[in-house]
Design a protein around this ligand. Sequence first.
Ligand code: 5AD
Ligand code: FES
Length: 329
Amino acid sequence: MNKQEIISLLKSDGAELFKAADEVRKKYVGDEVHLRGLIEFSNICKRDCLYCGIRSSNKNVERYRLSKEEILDFAQKAIDYGYKTLVMQSGEDGYFTAEILADIIKKIKPSTGIAITLSIGERSPDEYKMLKDAGADRFLLRIETTDEELYKQMHPHMSLEKRKQCLYDIKSAGYEVGTGCLVGLPGQTIESLANDILFFKELGADMIGIGPFIPHKDTPLADAPGGSFELALKVMAVTRLILPDINIPATTAMETLNPNGRLIALQSGANVVMPNVTEGDYRRKYELYPGKICINDTPAKCRGCISGKIHSIGRTVSEGKGFRRKANV
Ligand code: 5AD
Ligand code: FES
């Protein structure tokens, strides 16, 4: 598919696109939905992304950092709930050096065999390697936008080039690599979203997470219009058509904009859900955007809730670790 074709799909009314993406999903990755248990282990971040609620300039955030014991406790509970993958996500928190994280991974991995995904931001090639050697399997780092001008505006003191380099470093280190973009950033065009999708293919991503931008009141984008659920869903569906065998989550941000957002996404190309396994008040404090779902719920509740929803649309919860199975496409 070329850029013009992607653009016309993104401009189409969507119904046929969603159906086509659902069929491709079924053909290439089947009816199983992979669940990934998400631990938000620190909301301390040195970056200042204009859209993000935990940006360093936001002084209204109650910052927290889980102790090693708490992380291990949440990890064990996630395993007990039946999760086969753990996603360890945080702001870019310098306290968690590669050594400290490697130590935690080594305490979780060998005894449990659970797959570990990291989502901790930009690091050096050596750190990516060290964490891979410690036992991490996958790494998520969204490109956010491939529009150079927009990237610069949204990310003070950061560069698109560096971000891309990190993604290639992650790949070279041997991880399954996940990236993705925000949809509806101020000034973002349909053409630039088409370029984002082409970049996912160029990188050879194994996982793509796409979510609508949701304005947060304590950020410079408080009064920006925000992204639409429909357009985010279209970007996701086109991504499924172009990369038929990858893993695509139905993102939490989609459910924030539409009470049935995750189920609709699962029926429009998605095959993964990432329920939160962080406990207590930490959920509320990890506020990337307002209206985040499940902030008062428990890991047990979310696990049961999401399984029920998945079964309600005739799909099953996978018993496997959900690595990408590459197809010949
Ligand atoms: N709205 C939606 N998604 C956001 N993220 C950060 N801030 C927001 C927001 N205001 C997303 C980014 C990041 C992911 C963890 O959360 O894309 O990569
Ligand atoms: Fe958390 Fe439904 S997934 S309550």
